[in-house]
Design a protein around this ligand. Structure first.
Ligand SMILES: Cc1cc2nc3c(=O)[nH]c(=O)nc-3n(C[C@H](O)[C@H](O)[C@H](O)COP(=O)(O)OP(=O)(O)OC[C@H]3O[C@@H](n4cnc5c(N)ncnc54)[C@H](O)[C@@H]3O)c2cc1C
Length: 369
């Protein structure tokens, strides 16, 4: 990358952690197991690391993110759509295998593609999230090695998972061809790792980057407090979902809903400065908004993503249809809503920016232009 800054764990702490920007993606600790541990979902160094320049700072999506430059390197061009990023096609799709579709959050496309790649021998690991076996609904990074493993991680968990720790584990375990699934922050971190000027930790072994649409993740303590308020025990929850402006909680006793606006109070602090809804740097991005029930909306971005969708369709693993323009508009509207709100948070936090000698508050830039 042309744009790269140097920094170490102290800079990461002062710039990211103490500024409440950390998204707990796992990129810093996933590749520095010697010094970095996580405490309360934040990176901590137990011993002093004396590196002048560290991978922790370089890989973090919240230290610097030259997003347009990254797009050029990844896709050979920049976006023409500010809300959805660079893409070549937007479609709707679903898994054809009823068992996979049933296990999946929406149309099961993500799990179907991972299973397809694994059964074809294209990947030897899929880095996904799976709920903890000991703590109800606690998402944990998981290196899936089989169809059963992939299905064990299917479904959405609306808390943050440090997925990049799983990628670090897969690489250090000797996996040679990996697919990873992640939220926009995970995808940004994965791409920073792959495009790093300074560190080669084996990021090129990640051959497929599948992104998920994301408005926000919820803080575990705040979500639990909300569930208490709604009279729901986390152990009883079978599925969480978001749709039609509601947060939906499914238990054996039925469905409980809360207005999505009322869930804003549970948002993780670090999500408030995220300027990416559609996992813009992924090979393909998958979500539910815009799609019929039981289907996914899929944004195809890279050549790798295009080939994956075409091959999986030809193999009968997924079926696809074009996504109607007015449905694409729904995706764009949700992306725009997230970006507009979070850009304001970013600008409020930024103070004056300097371009050469010119220092100006970003909110007043338009006065000069
Ligand atoms: C926190 C979060 C917020 C989301 N917000 C939106 C939204 O606002 N609008 C929208 O249209 N779609 C959103 N999605 C995406 C949507 O919920 C589905 O994940 C997507 O439609 C794919 O569906 P599927 O049936 O193909 O997934 P599946 O086949 O069920 O596969 C889902 C994959 O996601 C992985 N995963 C689950 N939870 C996490 C997590 N917390 N972090 C990383 N990976 C995870 C699983 O391990 C699995 O591999 C969100 C997802 C998450 C996790």
């Amino acid at each position: 990358m042309r744009y790269a800054e140097e920094g170490n764990i102290d800079d990461l702490e002062s710039r990211v952690v103490y500024n409440n920007l950390c998204c707990y993606c796992g990129a810093c600790g996933g590749f520095c197991t010697e010094y970095i541990r996580y405490e309360n979902e934040l990176p901590k160094t137990e011993e002093k690391c004396f590196e002048i320049h560290g991978a922790c700072f370089d890989f973090c999506p919240r230290t610097f993110l030259p997003v347009l430059e990254m797009e050029k390197e990844l896709f050979g061009g920049v976006r023409s759509d500010k809300d959805l990023g660079y893409f070549t096609e937007i479609i709707t799709a679903r898994a054809t295998d009823a068992a996979i579709a049933e296990k999946g959050q929406d149309g099961g496309v993500v799990s179907a593609l991972l299973i397809y790649l694994m059964e074809k021998g294209e990947i030897d690991a899929a880095c996904i999230s799976r709920n903890s076996e000991t703590e109800a609904w606690k998402p944990e990074p998981f290196v899936a090695r089989s169809k059963e493993d992939i299905l064990a991680g299917a479904g959405s968990n609306y808390e943050q998972c440090p997925t990049l720790i799983g990628v670090g584990n897969a690489i250090s375990d000797g996996c040679e061809s990996i697919a990873m699934v992640g939220l926009p922050c995970h995808v940004q971190a994965m791409r920073k790792i792959q495009l790093s000027n300074f560190f080669d930790v084996g990021g090129s072994k990640v051959k497929y980057v599948i992104g998920l649409f994301c408005t926000e993740t919820f803080d575990r303590a705040l979500l639990h407090a909300k569930l208490d308020e709604l009279g729901v025990k986390i152990e009883d929850v079978k599925k969480f979902d978001i749709g039609e402006g509601k947060f939906k909680i499914y238990t054996d006793g039925g469905e409980i809903t809360e207005k999505i606006a009322a869930m804003k109070s549970c948002m993780r602090e670090g999500c408030k400065v995220c300027y990416d809804f559609a996992a813009e740097l992924a090979d393909i991005s998958v979500g539910s908004i815009g799609a019929e029930a039981g289907w996914n909306s899929v944004i195809i971005r890279s050549e790798t993503g295009k080939k994956l969708i075409e091959d999986a369709k030809a193999a009968g693993v997924i079926e696809t249809k074009p996504l109607a323009d007015e449905k694409v508009e729904l995706v764009r509207k949700l992306a725009s809503r997230k970006k507009t709100g979070n850009l304001k948070n970013i600008m409020d936090a930024a103070g004056a920016v300097r371009i050469l000698n010119l220092a100006v508050d970003p909110t007043e830039m338009n006065i000069l232009l």
